[in-house]
Design a protein around this ligand. Structure first.
Ligand code: PMP
Length: 351
């Protein structure tokens, strides 16, 4: 090994879902929204004065922060925005998880959490979900350096109650509790109102799922002013100009288009509920999902085989060959037409 190599920060990187170049596929593998973003966001994009490219963007992303503050009924000083919620979560790990005690999160959860913990050298402990894939709040009443989990969880889709989350936040005044609500808009109850009551709660959401803007990279956190100030201090110590001006404007317009947001979210919820019934009829079981995906196992056919067979038919879903989840497929809810193709393919594969 060359001498400089011993000083390299070595990490096992997060593996994102495949983004195939072939446009001719049914893409149900990364929980994107099948519908286009708000037409109001698209209009802003078209009207953007390209001369503005020569200037740095607003480092505070004021238009977007203000639009989010209004939509969620908080002060702008309670909102932090970042380049996708991955950026927001990564900043939050760096800002709040600086203890010698372990950060706690479930064993089956978003697979980026352990990667951030490793890259930032944060001790962590993965706590097994119960047999119904739920969180047991008493597991989170031990000494810790922070707590994070998604609600609904990923990749299971299982929703926890706001009461249970409050119990955990209340029991841990010594640490920051981060609730990653990437999928909350698909039928769950947000714990956002709790940020007024608990200064150690940070709620993170994204425009990538319910707002059809995964490619624009917008995520945000809402919490107590003090938490947000600490996050901004870290952000401005790493890179102040994170979000480009087109994204800031498109994001703000999307937030203001409540009607379109509700309409598209409801279409996905409707398709999800119909897909649940059709999958059950084919012999699949799954925890009840409140997200825009279903985490399904077949009663006889192994998930790995179904995954390969679907791929041959140009239908991409997500599969992890990992303990406890290696017999399940995470299937994103697409359009009704995409679900028809999926169900037809699954009929062929499983019967
Ligand atoms: N949290 C969870 C639970 C997710 O599944 C994802 C999507 N990969 C993210 C956060 C990050 O999404 P984004 O960076 O696109 O906002």
């Amino acid at each position: 090994m060359s001498s400089w190599e011993s000083n390299v920060r070595r990490v096992e990187p997060y593996v994102p879902g495949e983004q195939p170049k072939d446009k001719n596929i049914i893409k149900l593998n990364t929980n994107e929204n099948p519908y286009p973003p708000s037409p109001k966001a698209a209009e802003v994009m078209k009207a953007f004065e390209t001369d503005r490219m020569k200037l740095y963007p607003d480092p505070d992303s004021t238009v977007l922060v203000d639009a989010l503050a209004e939509r969620y009924g908080v002060k702008p000083s309670q909102v932090f925005v970042g380049v996708g919620s991955d950026d927001v979560l990564s900043m939050a790990f760096m800002t709040f998880f600086n203890s010698d005690k372990p950060v706690l999160f479930p064993d089956i959860t978003y697979s980026f959490y352990d990667v951030w913990a490793e890259v930032y050298r944060i001790p962590y402990k993965q706590i097994p979900l119960d047999e119904n894939l739920h969180i047991n709040p008493s597991d989170y009443k031990t000494e810790n350096g922070g707590i994070i989990f998604p609600n609904p969880n990923a990749p299971t889709g299982v929703l926890e109650s706001v009461e249970m989350i409050e119990e955990i936040v209340k029991a841990n005044p010594q640490s920051v509790v981060i609730i990653d609500e990437a999928y909350i808009d698909f039928g769950g109850e947000s714990c956002l109102p709790l940020v007024e009551k608990y200064e150690n709660l940070l709620v993170v959401q994204t425009f990538s799922k319910s707002r059809s803007m995964a490619g624009m990279r917008i995520g945000f956190a809402i919490g107590n002013e003090k938490l947000i100030k600490f996050m901004n201090d870290v952000k401005f110590s790493v890179n102040s100009y994170t979000m480009n001006p087109v994204t800031q404007l498109c994001g703000a317009q999307s937030v203001k288009d409540e009607e379109y947001f509700r309409k598209t979210v409801n279409m996905i919820i409707d398709t999800r509920e119909k897909t649940k019934k059709r999958l059950s009829a084919l012999g699949f079981t799954f925890p009840d999902s409140m997200s825009n995906f279903i985490f399904a196992s077949h009663k006889t056919k192994p998930a790995g085989e179904i995954f390969e067979e679907l791929k041959k038919r140009k239908i991409f879903v997500r599969y992890w060959n990992k303990p406890r989840i290696n017999n399940s497929l995470r299937i994103t809810v697409g359009t009704p037409e995409e679900m028809d193709c999926l169900i037809k393919a699954l009929e062929e594969i499983t019967t």
